[in-house]
Ligand binder design. Sequence first.
Ligand SMILES: C[S@@+](CC[C@H](N)C(=O)[O-])C[C@H]1O[C@@H](n2cnc3c(N)ncnc32)[C@H](O)[C@@H]1O
Length: 226
Amino acid sequence: MASRPVLDHEPREGVRTFTPRWRNSPLTDERMATLLPARALPEGPLVPTEAFGRSGPVVLEIGSGHGAAAIAYALAHPEADVVAVDVHVPGVARMLAAAEEAGVANLWVHPGDVLPLLRDRVPPATLAAVHLFFPDPWPKQRHAKRRFVQQHTLTLIASRLAPGGVLRIATDIDAYARHCREQLAAFGGFEVVEGERPAWRPDDGFEAKGLRHGRTVSELRCTLLP
Ligand SMILES: C[S@@+](CC[C@H](N)C(=O)[O-])C[C@H]1O[C@@H](n2cnc3c(N)ncnc32)[C@H](O)[C@@H]1O
Protein backbone atom coordinates (compact mmCIF):
# COMPACT_ATOMS: atom_id res chain seq x y z
CA MET A 1 0.00 0.00 0.00
CA ALA A 2 1.35 3.47 -0.88
CA SER A 3 2.29 5.50 2.18
CA ARG A 4 0.51 8.79 2.75
CA PRO A 5 2.53 11.93 1.93
CA VAL A 6 3.90 13.90 4.84
CA LEU A 7 2.34 17.36 4.83
CA ASP A 8 4.50 20.04 6.44
CA HIS A 9 2.33 23.12 6.81
CA GLU A 10 5.07 24.98 8.67
CA PRO A 11 8.84 24.92 8.03
CA ARG A 12 10.69 22.50 10.29
CA GLU A 13 13.24 24.09 12.58
CA GLY A 14 16.76 23.80 11.14
CA VAL A 15 15.74 21.86 8.00
CA ARG A 16 17.20 23.33 4.83
CA THR A 17 16.66 22.40 1.18
CA PHE A 18 20.41 22.61 0.46
CA THR A 19 23.77 21.70 1.98
CA PRO A 20 25.86 24.83 2.52
CA ARG A 21 29.20 23.19 1.73
CA TRP A 22 31.54 24.76 -0.81
CA ARG A 23 34.68 26.82 -1.07
CA ASN A 24 34.93 29.97 -3.16
CA SER A 25 37.83 30.16 -5.61
CA PRO A 26 39.58 33.51 -6.15
CA LEU A 27 37.74 33.71 -9.52
CA THR A 28 34.39 33.26 -7.76
CA ASP A 29 35.25 36.00 -5.27
CA GLU A 30 36.35 38.32 -8.06
CA ARG A 31 33.17 37.72 -10.10
CA MET A 32 30.99 38.29 -7.06
CA ALA A 33 32.81 41.53 -6.24
CA THR A 34 32.82 42.96 -9.75
CA LEU A 35 29.64 41.59 -11.37
CA LEU A 36 27.08 41.23 -8.58
CA PRO A 37 26.56 44.92 -7.65
CA ALA A 38 24.97 45.79 -11.02
CA ARG A 39 22.51 42.88 -10.78
CA ALA A 40 21.81 42.73 -7.04
CA LEU A 41 18.40 43.53 -5.62
CA PRO A 42 18.21 46.71 -3.57
CA GLU A 43 17.88 46.23 0.20
CA GLY A 44 14.41 45.92 1.69
CA PRO A 45 11.09 44.97 0.14
CA LEU A 46 11.12 44.22 -3.59
CA VAL A 47 9.28 47.06 -5.30
CA PRO A 48 9.61 46.42 -9.06
CA THR A 49 9.44 50.07 -10.10
CA GLU A 50 12.25 50.91 -7.67
CA ALA A 51 14.35 47.80 -8.27
CA PHE A 52 13.97 47.57 -12.05
CA GLY A 53 12.73 51.02 -13.07
CA ARG A 54 9.56 49.57 -14.59
CA SER A 55 6.54 47.47 -13.67
CA GLY A 56 6.63 44.59 -16.16
CA PRO A 57 6.14 40.94 -15.20
CA VAL A 58 8.57 39.69 -12.54
CA VAL A 59 9.68 36.06 -12.79
CA LEU A 60 11.64 34.41 -10.00
CA GLU A 61 13.74 31.28 -10.49
CA ILE A 62 14.44 29.17 -7.42
CA GLY A 63 17.81 27.40 -7.47
CA SER A 64 18.99 28.84 -10.76
CA GLY A 65 22.37 27.06 -10.68
CA HIS A 66 24.68 28.34 -13.42
CA GLY A 67 21.82 30.40 -14.81
CA ALA A 68 21.29 28.86 -18.24
CA ALA A 69 17.47 28.78 -17.94
CA ALA A 70 17.22 32.19 -16.26
CA ILE A 71 19.42 33.83 -18.91
CA ALA A 72 17.55 32.14 -21.77
CA TYR A 73 14.20 33.21 -20.31
CA ALA A 74 15.38 36.79 -19.82
CA LEU A 75 16.69 37.00 -23.40
CA ALA A 76 13.46 35.54 -24.82
CA HIS A 77 11.26 37.83 -22.67
CA PRO A 78 12.73 41.35 -22.72
CA GLU A 79 9.47 42.68 -21.21
CA ALA A 80 10.06 40.69 -18.01
CA ASP A 81 12.47 41.13 -15.12
CA VAL A 82 13.97 37.84 -13.99
CA VAL A 83 15.23 37.31 -10.45
CA ALA A 84 17.57 34.31 -10.30
CA VAL A 85 18.17 33.00 -6.80
CA ASP A 86 20.67 30.40 -5.67
CA VAL A 87 22.42 29.79 -2.42
CA HIS A 88 25.50 28.17 -4.03
CA VAL A 89 27.94 31.04 -4.49
CA PRO A 90 30.29 29.42 -7.07
CA GLY A 91 27.22 28.72 -9.26
CA VAL A 92 25.97 32.28 -8.82
CA ALA A 93 29.39 33.61 -9.88
CA ARG A 94 29.27 31.47 -13.03
CA MET A 95 25.78 32.76 -13.74
CA LEU A 96 27.00 36.35 -13.38
CA ALA A 97 29.83 35.73 -15.85
CA ALA A 98 27.47 34.02 -18.33
CA ALA A 99 24.94 36.87 -18.03
CA GLU A 100 27.68 39.39 -18.71
CA GLU A 101 28.84 37.38 -21.72
CA ALA A 102 25.25 37.17 -23.05
CA GLY A 103 24.71 40.90 -22.46
CA VAL A 104 21.38 40.27 -20.74
CA ALA A 105 19.92 43.46 -19.26
CA ASN A 106 16.84 42.14 -17.42
CA LEU A 107 18.42 39.52 -15.15
CA TRP A 108 18.76 40.21 -11.43
CA VAL A 109 20.66 37.95 -9.10
CA HIS A 110 20.18 37.11 -5.44
CA PRO A 111 22.77 34.87 -3.76
CA GLY A 112 21.11 33.22 -0.79
CA ASP A 113 18.29 31.05 0.48
CA VAL A 114 15.13 31.87 -1.47
CA LEU A 115 12.81 31.19 1.46
CA PRO A 116 13.68 34.25 3.59
CA LEU A 117 13.74 36.34 0.40
CA LEU A 118 10.22 35.25 -0.51
CA ARG A 119 8.93 35.45 3.04
CA ASP A 120 10.44 38.76 4.14
CA ARG A 121 11.10 40.82 1.02
CA VAL A 122 8.79 39.81 -1.82
CA PRO A 123 5.39 41.42 -1.19
CA PRO A 124 2.20 39.42 -1.84
CA ALA A 125 0.98 39.21 -5.46
CA THR A 126 4.29 40.48 -6.91
CA LEU A 127 5.37 37.61 -9.19
CA ALA A 128 4.03 36.62 -12.60
CA ALA A 129 5.80 33.28 -12.42
CA VAL A 130 8.06 31.13 -10.28
CA HIS A 131 10.40 28.60 -11.91
CA LEU A 132 11.77 25.54 -10.12
CA PHE A 133 13.86 23.49 -12.54
CA PHE A 134 15.56 20.25 -11.53
CA PRO A 135 15.48 20.87 -7.77
CA ASP A 136 17.68 18.75 -5.53
CA PRO A 137 15.73 15.46 -5.35
CA TRP A 138 16.71 14.37 -1.81
CA PRO A 139 15.85 10.78 -2.81
CA LYS A 140 16.09 9.12 0.62
CA GLN A 141 12.79 9.01 2.47
CA ARG A 142 14.44 10.33 5.64
CA HIS A 143 15.45 13.43 3.65
CA ALA A 144 11.97 13.99 2.15
CA LYS A 145 11.48 16.94 4.52
CA ARG A 146 14.31 18.74 2.69
CA ARG A 147 12.58 18.63 -0.73
CA PHE A 148 11.68 22.12 -1.80
CA VAL A 149 8.05 21.40 -2.64
CA GLN A 150 6.10 21.23 0.64
CA GLN A 151 2.79 22.60 1.85
CA HIS A 152 4.43 25.63 3.47
CA THR A 153 6.54 26.48 0.38
CA LEU A 154 3.50 26.14 -1.90
CA THR A 155 1.55 28.43 0.46
CA LEU A 156 4.38 30.97 0.35
CA ILE A 157 4.76 30.80 -3.45
CA ALA A 158 1.00 31.03 -4.00
CA SER A 159 0.84 34.14 -1.80
CA ARG A 160 3.66 35.85 -3.73
CA LEU A 161 2.19 35.07 -7.17
CA ALA A 162 -0.08 37.62 -8.80
CA PRO A 163 -3.61 36.42 -9.74
CA GLY A 164 -3.28 33.85 -12.55
CA GLY A 165 0.44 33.47 -11.81
CA VAL A 166 2.24 30.29 -12.72
CA LEU A 167 4.62 27.95 -10.91
CA ARG A 168 6.62 25.81 -13.33
CA ILE A 169 8.40 22.72 -12.08
CA ALA A 170 10.63 20.36 -14.08
CA THR A 171 12.32 17.25 -12.76
CA ASP A 172 13.97 14.17 -14.25
CA ILE A 173 13.44 12.18 -11.06
CA ASP A 174 10.18 10.22 -11.09
CA ALA A 175 10.00 10.00 -7.30
CA TYR A 176 10.32 13.79 -7.06
CA ALA A 177 7.61 14.27 -9.69
CA ARG A 178 5.37 11.95 -7.64
CA HIS A 179 6.21 13.93 -4.50
CA CYS A 180 5.25 17.18 -6.30
CA ARG A 181 1.95 15.71 -7.55
CA GLU A 182 1.06 14.58 -4.03
CA GLN A 183 1.98 17.90 -2.45
CA LEU A 184 0.16 19.90 -5.15
CA ALA A 185 -2.95 17.72 -4.84
CA ALA A 186 -2.99 18.15 -1.06
CA PHE A 187 -2.46 21.91 -1.44
CA GLY A 188 -5.22 22.32 -3.97
CA GLY A 189 -4.55 25.96 -4.88
CA PHE A 190 -3.18 25.34 -8.38
CA GLU A 191 -4.52 23.92 -11.60
CA VAL A 192 -1.80 21.52 -12.74
CA VAL A 193 -1.14 20.74 -16.40
CA GLU A 194 1.60 18.26 -17.24
CA GLY A 195 3.80 17.66 -20.25
CA GLU A 196 4.44 21.16 -21.59
CA ARG A 197 8.14 21.74 -22.04
CA PRO A 198 8.90 25.47 -22.32
CA ALA A 199 10.54 26.02 -25.72
CA TRP A 200 12.85 28.74 -24.41
CA ARG A 201 14.56 26.50 -21.81
CA PRO A 202 17.98 25.18 -22.90
CA ASP A 203 18.00 21.38 -23.07
CA ASP A 204 21.50 20.78 -21.72
CA GLY A 205 22.41 20.43 -18.04
CA PHE A 206 20.28 18.24 -15.79
CA GLU A 207 17.69 17.65 -18.50
CA ALA A 208 20.23 16.25 -20.98
CA LYS A 209 21.90 14.20 -18.26
CA GLY A 210 18.59 12.70 -17.16
CA LEU A 211 17.64 11.77 -20.72
CA ARG A 212 21.10 10.28 -21.32
CA HIS A 213 20.51 8.02 -18.32
CA GLY A 214 17.15 6.88 -19.70
CA ARG A 215 15.02 9.02 -17.39
CA THR A 216 12.02 11.07 -18.47
CA VAL A 217 11.49 14.71 -17.63
CA SER A 218 8.23 15.66 -15.91
CA GLU A 219 6.99 19.17 -16.55
CA LEU A 220 4.31 20.64 -14.28
CA ARG A 221 2.69 23.96 -15.09
CA CYS A 222 0.73 25.04 -12.02
CA THR A 223 -1.59 28.01 -12.46
CA LEU A 224 -2.80 29.77 -9.34
CA LEU A 225 -6.54 29.28 -8.89
CA PRO A 226 -8.65 32.33 -7.95
C1 LIG B 1 20.09 20.34 -8.71
S1 LIG B 1 20.51 22.04 -8.76
C2 LIG B 1 19.68 22.60 -10.23
C3 LIG B 1 20.21 23.91 -10.72
C4 LIG B 1 19.51 24.47 -11.98
N1 LIG B 1 18.10 24.72 -11.74
C5 LIG B 1 19.71 23.59 -13.16
O1 LIG B 1 18.72 23.03 -13.67
O2 LIG B 1 20.86 23.45 -13.58
C6 LIG B 1 19.49 22.71 -7.49
C7 LIG B 1 19.95 24.09 -7.07
O3 LIG B 1 19.05 24.60 -6.11
C8 LIG B 1 19.78 25.36 -5.17
N2 LIG B 1 18.95 25.51 -3.97
C9 LIG B 1 18.44 24.52 -3.20
N3 LIG B 1 17.70 25.03 -2.22
C10 LIG B 1 17.73 26.38 -2.36
C11 LIG B 1 17.17 27.46 -1.62
N4 LIG B 1 16.41 27.24 -0.54
N5 LIG B 1 17.41 28.72 -2.04
C12 LIG B 1 18.19 28.94 -3.12
N6 LIG B 1 18.74 27.96 -3.86
C13 LIG B 1 18.52 26.70 -3.48
C14 LIG B 1 21.06 24.59 -4.99
O4 LIG B 1 22.10 25.41 -4.48
C15 LIG B 1 21.34 24.13 -6.42
O5 LIG B 1 22.15 25.04 -7.12
